[in-house]
Design a protein around this ligand. Structure first.
Ligand code: PGA
Length: 248
């Protein structure tokens, strides 16, 4: 059985005051029947890792492919680990759009993260135009092929399906559309990685809220969620965690 995962992506949000949200989560979830992950901005990672209770893991939102060196503004996988992280989000559509990250970029970063011992959360997802053109599965197949490396121990890697048009918009695919993509991702991973694919968790991301979480978590091959806006407030994220515990 794959353990469910509720992952929060704070994006470029949060200052010292936001640590209170983590303290509230600690109180609400001293233990949890699912894995809980918070990926704050890098400026908060070390302090948040210190504050997070035993049920809450922390992660970065990106890492560089190199271990160290002349890369101003970048952060290596080892640095994330040193700051208390166990996970790292890679290839988020906002990184792909804002920083021109390609599947090749995501591939080398994923290798770096795995080598450092981090759990990569690799994001894939189609734009609205690609969906309207009937290219969703083709796009996701290409992203998976290019972004994921062949790596012993790949089963700890997490894939997040995030339709670009559903991120931060309040629009969510139908449950049938989510099922179609998640089943496709599982089959694609199985074809490439064999038995290891059974251990890889598949998250849905894009406008997940406490009010729609339960129905999404009931969809086949959905092992949790990657949550942006609704992860910023402990009360909202807690509702999503509770829905995932119900589904576990
Ligand atoms: P959202 O973001 O929950 O605010 O739609 C999801 C994400 O981008 O990870």
């Amino acid at each position: 059985m794959r353990r469910k995962l509720a992952a929060g992506n704070w994006k470029m949000n949060g200052t010292s005051a936001s640590l209170a949200e983590v303290e509230a989560l600690n109180t609400a979830h001293p233990t949890a029947g699912v894995d809980i992950l918070i990926c704050p901005p890098a400026t908060l990672l070390s302090r948040l890792s210190g504050v997070a209770g035993p049920a809450i893991a922390t992660g970065g939102q990106d890492c560089h492919a190199a271990a160290a060196g002349a890369h101003t503004g970048d952060i290596s996988a080892d640095m994330l680990l040193d700051a208390g992280a166990s996970h790292v989000i890679l290839g988020h559509s906002e990184r792909r759009a804002d920083h021109g990250e390609t599947d090749g970029t995501v591939h080398v970063k994923t290798v770096a993260a795995l080598n450092a011992g981090l759990v990569p959360v690799v994001c894939v997802g189609e734009t609205e135009v690609e969906r309207d053109d009937g290219k969703t599965l083709q796009v996701i197949g290409t992203q998976l092929a290019g972004s994921l490396p062949d790596f012993a121990g790949i089963d700890r890697l997490v894939v997040a399906y995030e339709p670009v048009w559903a991120i931060g918009t309040g629009r969510v695919p139908t449950l049938g559309q989510i099922a179609e993509v998640h089943d496709f991702i599982r089959a694609t991973l199985a074809e490439r990685f064999g038995a290891a694919a059974e251990g890889m968790r598949l998250l849905y991301g894009g406008s997940v809220k406490p009010s729609n979480a339960a129905e999404i978590f009931a969809v086949s091959n959905v092992d949790g969620a990657l949550v942006g806006g609704a992860s910023l407030k402990a009360s909202d994220f807690s509702g999503i965690i509770a829905a995932l515990e119900q589904a576990a």
